[in-house]
Design a protein around this ligand. Structure first.
Ligand SMILES: C[S@@+](CC[C@H](N)C(=O)[O-])C[C@H]1O[C@@H](n2cnc3c(N)ncnc32)[C@H](O)[C@@H]1O
Length: 350
């Protein structure tokens, strides 16, 4: 009992720090403190252009939580090793952006509690910052490794992209992965579909500013993609973290199969897990992923009248869905640095 009590107390502290790290990331406090000599709350607040009273209280949480150092409670210092994981300057792997999911989920807690009682789901419109947070996540997890690690998972794919093929990204969000490919492979043509008008406008505007002419984005509900997919239109279809939270992953996958040429390839990144809950007990981020699933991925699907398979639908169910959609050759791959995802390389022909 004592050990479990200690664990709960530790959980209170870590959960609270999760929220405060998100605030530090969003307000630029970590960027301000990086490479800075020990400074007072006043000096840090002025440099960050923030209210000193709030900054001082935040420093209280950061210092007692062991993220910021202070000997005298007057001057504060962010160690370089911590700064490397809390800021985005390309020098280290930033993880701080992921804490934004806690505030996002906290914002809908009342509605999720109501769903526990009455069923149904919480729609995307209740998550106003979702696409911004997702794009931060995508830039760090997909875009940073796309060309070097993810595309080579399918042999010959990089060469085909260099030579020129037609590519569709399903559930493209703000389009960071697709825009990178469009820049990297000017001979290929890229199309992105997503339900969100806000995400599609954002992606279109950025592509226009970047002067990309081989890319287009279309706002589109893929819930009936099995029926309205353009037949044999693409050589490569990608889906980054975008199948499990669809209303109808089964229909979307059937549509992808239909839209793919017979010798095409579907590259699908989705959450790496087992379909059995107990088999995920040693998953390094199991509780995090089931929570994000319950309070976002599963509920947005249910809100569309969908299946709500959830982020942790797991490998077995994913393979079953891919098989039923008509993919006869599916390989599951991993990347060493990625503890969150599996990569499925699926082809129509055996
Ligand atoms: C977890 S996000 C991933 C976004 C993007 N691929 C990325 O990695 O940043 C899932 C995406 O699926 C889209 N989506 C959900 N339901 C959809 C539907 N019925 N039709 C089309 N897109 C949908 C969402 O708008 C969202 O952008």
């Amino acid at each position: 009992m004592d050990a479990f009590g200690d664990r709960l107390v530790e959980m209170f502290n870590q959960a609270s720090l999760g929220l405060m790290v998100s605030i530090g990331y969003r307000t630029g406090l970590f960027d301000t403190m990086k490479n800075r000599e020990p400074s007072t709350s006043e000096e840090i607040a002025i440099a960050a252009k923030l209210s000193e009273r709030y900054v001082r209280e935040w420093l209280g949480a950061m210092t007692t939580g062991g993220i910021v150092e202070s000997e005298d409670g007057e001057s504060f210092h962010l160690p370089a090793t911590h700064a490397a994981m809390l800021t985005e300057d390309g020098e280290g792997e930033c993880l701080a952006h992921l804490t934004q999911y806690f505030g996002l989920m906290g914002g809908v807690e009342d509605k999720i509690v109501a769903c526990f009682r009455e069923g149904g789901g919480v729609p995307y419109s209740e998550f106003p910052r979702f696409h911004e947070v997702m794009a931060d996540d995508s830039r760090q997890s997909v875009v940073s490794t796309l060309v070097e690690h993810i595309l080579p998972l399918s042999p010959g794919l990089t060469m085909a992209l260099k030579n020129g093929i037609r590519v569709l990204d399903v559930g493209c969000g703000r389009g960071y992965a697709l825009r990178l490919m469009a820049k990297e492979f000017p001979e290929s043509e890229f199309v992105g579909y997503d339900l969100s008008e806000e995400a599609i406008s954002f992606a279109t505007e950025l592509a226009r500013k970047e002067g990309l002419e081989n890319i287009s984005f279309e706002q589109r509900d893929l819930s009936s993609f099995n029926e309205d997919a353009p037949p044999s239109a693409f050589d490569l279809i990608t889906a980054f973290d975008a199948i499990h939270d669809q209303a109808r992953p089964d229909y979307v996958l059937a549509g992808i199969r239909k839209a793919l040429k017979r010798d095409g390839v579907f590259l699908m990144q989705d959450i790496g897990a087992d379909s059995n809950i107990a088999a995920n007990k040693d998953h390094p981020i199991g509780p995090l992923l089931y929570t994000i699933s319950c309070m976002h991925c599963m509920t947005v699907s249910l809100a569309q009248g969908g299946l709500g398979v959830g982020a942790m639908w797991g490998e077995q169910l994913t393979l079953e869905f891919l098989g039923k959609a008509g993919f006869q050759n599916v390989q599951r791959r991993n990347l060493d640095h990625d503890i969150q995802n599996y990569y499925y390389i699926a082809r129509p022909a055996a």
